[in-house]
Design a protein around this ligand. Structure first.
Ligand SMILES: N[C@@H](CCC(=O)N[C@@H](CS)C(=O)NCC(=O)O)C(=O)O
Length: 204
């Protein structure tokens, strides 16, 4: 049986959550990072014409970053213990993956300096308003979002704050004490800390 392979560009981007789930769960994976020039030749044979995509041990391939992450969160027992916990974790994951990351990616790609600056300001305000709600309503554990312990929502939140925020010079507001605890707790995990040391440098 072959190792699971995740194929993406040489960036953290939307594939890093799955890489972090592999690392956290000590699951071997092949981290295939394509150079941009190599992509046109690979695109036609990729499952949906996009990266990231995953090749499972049985050889089957699947696209869509968050579907891939959800599949492994389930497999590794990180989706939540009950259906309601899964819903709770999904709320945070979707906020990060469907609202925040696409908004930040759009700003990253913006060429007009003025629009980039105003986009950053608007994004910062929106994120702060969302984070205030997360802080007061959605953190149920001591340093975890779910009462039952670590879930993929903690890792997605960590990925957002640790990997995306610095690109835009965003910082966590000091009022977000509970969010900071979640982020620091993921960061302090020895397997995650070792990965942060050894993963390739990239702009996003
Ligand atoms: N909804 C998809 C979007 C994937 C996507 O837009 N991937 C970009 C890179 S981040 C891509 O494949 N770009 C190359 C292309 O579209 O040919 C997902 O979350 O996986």
């Amino acid at each position: 049986m072959s190792t699971v392979r995740i194929t993406y560009f040489n960036i953290r981007g939307v594939a890093e959550l799955t890489r972090l789930l592999f690392v956290y769960s000590e699951h071997d994976f092949e981290d295939e990072r394509l150079e941009r020039e190599a992509w046109p030749a690979r695109k036609p044979e990729s499952p949906l014409g996009s990266v990231p995509y995953i090749r499972l041990e049985n050889g089957h391939e699947y696209p869509q970053a968050t579907s891939i992450a959800r599949y492994f969160a389930d497999k590794f027992g990180l989706r939540g213990k009950t259906d309601e916990e899964k819903l709770h974790a999904d709320v945070v994951v979707d906020l990060v993956r469907a609202d925040i990351i696409p908004m930040l990616t759009k700003i990253f790609l913006e060429q007009d300096a003025e629009k980039k600056e105003s986009g950053k300001k608007e994004a910062q305000e929106k994120i702060q308003a969302w984070f205030e709600k997360i802080e007061t309503k959605f953190i149920k554990g001591e340093s975890t979002i779910l009462e039952s312990g670590t879930s993929w929502a903690d890792i997605a939140l960590f990925n957002c704050v640790n990997d995306f925020f610095p690109v835009f010079e965003f910082k966590l507001d000091e009022k977000n004490v509970k969010i900071n605890k979640v982020v620091q707790s993921v960061k302090a995990n020895p397997k995650i800390a070792a990965w942060l040391e050894k993963r390739p440098e990239s702009v996003l």
